[in-house]
Design a protein around this ligand. Structure first.
Ligand code: ZN
Length: 84
């Protein structure tokens, strides 16, 4: 059997640093280590994709629309009891 030696401990440390990986906040050595691991590990690859998409979605939503809660707060400021 030529089963690949897979260290799950590595996955956990990769998960912890995924957002830093996306933001490019890691030093070259750590980045390279993670890149090699993610290339060989489907689980980590999927997680990276999901996180990347979530980050994209969040930054897009901020630009495209005002959250309902904020809109409610603005409405309260204009028509609310504190400003009769
Ligand atoms: Zn992994």
């Amino acid at each position: 059997m030529a089963a690949k030696k897979h260290a799950h401990k590595k996955c956990i440390s990769v998960f912890k640093k995924l957002s830093e990986y996306i933001d490019g906040e890691l030093d070259e050595k750590t980045y390279e280590e993670m890149r090699v691991h993610i290339k060989e590990c489907v689980k980590c690859e999927v997680c990276l994709e999901m996180l990347r998409r979530t980050v994209d979605l969040c930054s897009n939503m901020k630009m495209l629309r005002v959250p309902d809660r904020l809109r409610e707060q603005l409405k309260l400021m204009v028509h609310g009891p504190s400003n009769p």
